[in-house]
Design a protein around this ligand. Structure first.
Ligand code: NAP
Length: 282
């Protein structure tokens, strides 16, 4: 038996179409066009590609977008000045500081400088706290995308066992909190976990977010489980996920890499930009 493939394109298109419809509705009602401001420091080729993709998505859904560039040699104070300037502009709905930042920049200070209500990455400590407390707020895009894929596939979460491999602040921890909020019983594994294979075999929903290509093998998966592959590792000109292709023979549902969670991350950024504008103007 082969697993059902939850395709990111289909789910992301649904999200982007919803955002586009809501943006159109708001414009017709006389509201301002949502606007995503992207801060780019230096010239990281991968970041340039990601940012081009973000602008394309913005154009598709009718969101305005702008780049705000600083040189590779910028200091933390320069980035903070730029972020504060963007915070003060009423037309800016969302601010995204593209990572990685050059090594001399204090990332935590920059993340904290972003107005939490414009923090479309959902990385600000205020938004992390809101997520922990179960309060409304901007959620990180990749974990939101994972939840959206599970919902699209009609996966019931309440009472199910979920296992998350990875505990980073941008994926593992927030996705675990979101699954908990949806009443799953959640276990988080990491590099020091003992008996990980045994734990992962108990999962009804397994989220692999560790960045180790094809780490999750078929014998680590319960037959019929939902396996979400967040991993993206460039290898020999291709990208590899954290899940071995053989898992599709055991699992009930899988997500592909590429063409899975990555597309959702982009789509949820647009959803967050609209949500930030809606919250600020409501
Ligand atoms: P990260 O910050 O490097 O965190 C990796 C996590 O995995 C850590 O918690 C680490 O444990 C754990 N880990 C590493 N090796 C392990 C092992 N052998 N067994 C168990 N746990 C292990 O990475 P990240 O930023 O969360 O990203 C994870 C992956 O998702 C990467 O491939 C990244 O490229 C990808 N990603 C994809 C998207 C997307 O849109 N598709 C978005 C973000 C990230 P410790 O905490 O103990 O070190």
């Amino acid at each position: 038996m082969s697993a059902v493939v939850i395709r990111g394109r289909e789910v992301a298109d649904q999200v982007l179409d919803e955002v586009a419809a809501r943006v159109r509705g708001r414009l017709e009602a006389g509201w301002r066009r949502p606007h995503l401001a992207v801060v780019l420091v230096g010239h990281n080729p991968a970041s340039e590609t990601y940012v081009r993709g973000k602008h394309r998505d913005a154009e598709r859904v009718g969101v305005a977008s702008s780049d705000h560039r600083l040189p590779e040699t910028a200091r933390t104070a320069d980035v903070l000045t730029l972020v504060r300037e963007l915070n003060s502009k009423p037309e800016v709905s969302g601010i995204l500081v593209q990572q990685p930042l050059p090594a001399q920049i204090d990332l935590a200070a920059v993340v904290e400088a972003v107005d939490p209500n414009r923090d479309v990455d959902g990385f600000h400590p205020v938004n992390a706290g809101r997520l922990l407390l179960g309060q409304p707020g901007l959620r990180p895009c990749t974990p939101s995308g994972v939840l959206r894929m599970l919902d699209f596939a009609g996966i019931e979460l309440a009472g199910r066992r979920a296992v998350v491999i990875g505990r980073s602040n941008i994926v593992g921890k927030p996705v675990a909190l979101m699954l908990l909020q949806r009443h799953a019983t959640v276990t988080v594994c990491h590099s020091q976990t003992v008996g990980l294979e045994e734990i992962s075999r108990q999962a009804d929903v397994l989220v692999a977010a560790l960045g180790r290509p094809q780490f999750v093998k078929p014998d680590m998966v319960r037959p019929g489980a939902v396996v979400i592959d967040v991993g993206v590792t460039p290898m020999e000109g291709k990208v590899r996920g954290d899940v071995d292709p053989g898992v599709a023979e055991v699992a009930g549902w899988v997500t592909p890499v590429p063409g899975g969670v990555g597309l959702m991350t982009r789509a949820m950024l647009m959803a967050n930009t609209l949500a930030a504008e809606e919250t600020r103007t409501s």
